[in-house]
Ligand binder design. Sequence first.
Ligand code: NAP
Length: 524
Amino acid sequence: MICLSLTGKTIAENLRAISRYAFCIDLVELRADFLLPTERPEVDRFPSAVPAGRDGYRLPAILTVRAPRDGGKWNEGEGERRHLLSHGLQGGGYAYVDLETWIAGEDESLRTAAAADGTAVIRSLHDFEGIPEGLAGFLGGDGVAAGEIPKAAVTPNGSADLVRFVEAVTAARAAGDSHPRIVVAMGSVGFPARVLAGRFGSLLTFCSPISHDEVSAAPGHIDPATMHDLYRYPEITEHTAVFGVVGNPVMHSRSPAYHNERFASDGLDAVYLPFEVDDPAAFVRLGELLPIQGFSVTIPHKQAVIPFLREVDESVSDAGACNTVVRDGLGWVGFNSDVTGFLEPLRDAVAAAGTVAGATPAGATPTGAAGLRGMRATVVGAGGAARAVVSALLREGVAVLLLNRTVERAERLRDEIATRLPAAAAVRVAPLDESSASLIAESGDIIVQTTSIGMEPDIDGDAIDFYRFSGSEIVYDIVYTPEETALLRRAAAAGCRTVSGRLMFERQADAQYQRYRQVVLLAR
Ligand code: NAP
């Protein structure tokens, strides 16, 4: 079930939020600690004002008044808090009331009022620091009165903590009892567990009505429409294949939107999640536990993941970086879709330039419409993406000039690639400043921009603003947000053919998706 946590200041605001999401939620939680004091008298009547959900029945409601020690906004005394809970229960309309573990034993009157009205008690435990010892036992009912629903909201601080969380909830499930429980892993590391809550035997997952003027009830909440439509929460079962993107940070990644939409349009039982990973070894353990069938890899783990792979293909061994991993019968196998994702749009641009000019672009030998052999390229930047770009160009027979702010890093990159591709020894390295303008003019059939300069929010940034285009260069900026960077605008105005990083993103994402799709189809 998807539960909408209501954090509005007024009942009317909360009712509007419910109406907005009624199509995709199963119940609501009134966080009465967020209400203005003048709204509190209405708390007992709230359940009868809640509109119907998609099945035509009134949505059930949870009553919660959270104190600051549990992440709540209640700023009056404990006596007043219990008074408000009691007042809410008088109305008799709540399906659940949330009572914390630390008031157990001294909340007799609240439990009696709840029992009289058929309101079930959720017994909640919060830990904003980590994963508490004894989590599995608590979820199994230790310290929880008969009939109460244990709820644990805890905070994995890193990948190893997320493994401990999954082990605890799995152990609680395996203990055999099927009584209801609620499990929540807070924060960005815990986010995948919110989407997989049903797999962990959780009665529900919490979401917030997030928009510009609304606040999330707890760290890691997303809006229910995204949970329902993008992650397809109601369809996730223990058979659903789990994929994801591994990075740090990763919550901004567009990959979950891309791959979940493709899985949905192909009607595949699979979900794709953002995994914020600080420890690749722990993530590999998580991959076995969940299990995970495949994952994309982004900054900063493209190299760190390689030792955990059973096999890598040539694109990984050439680039020394891996961005795509899938599981086969024996273990993990790695690929680098950045290589094909980068080359395909470039080949198209070279072919188109040749078609327009009626000749092979300057320097190239005529090896076919998409041939790059013999061309000269300037690669700007020497980070992780440049690794795949330089390797791909060298393999295609392109002579490379490598410019970077930190020249030593570019030299290291060249030397490292040369251990795998001897052609790299001929790569010329120079600083990224005006002293290199004449070198670019000599090596500028193709100019590939691979630094993060020009990426949102730095949208006016231009890494080679000191260079004047002749108009014959093919200029490729692999930054994909925005789609047209300041560099590409300037190059197009000078008459250059330009290639947007958006094309590279789409081609590499498609290449990844084809592998994930194959894994799901083979498992059918
Ligand atoms: P990275 O490993 O962090 O490397 C960053 C590069 O940018 C380094 O060469 C760094 O130079 C340079 N740089 C950063 N800020 C700079 C500044 N102010 N002045 C001069 N140089 C600067 O990052 P990455 O993984 O290579 O990613 C780089 C960009 O490529 C990002 O925008 C990313 O989104 C994009 N990308 C796009 C695709 C796609 O599919 N289109 C795929 C992968 C990456 P130093 O060495 O001197 O620090």
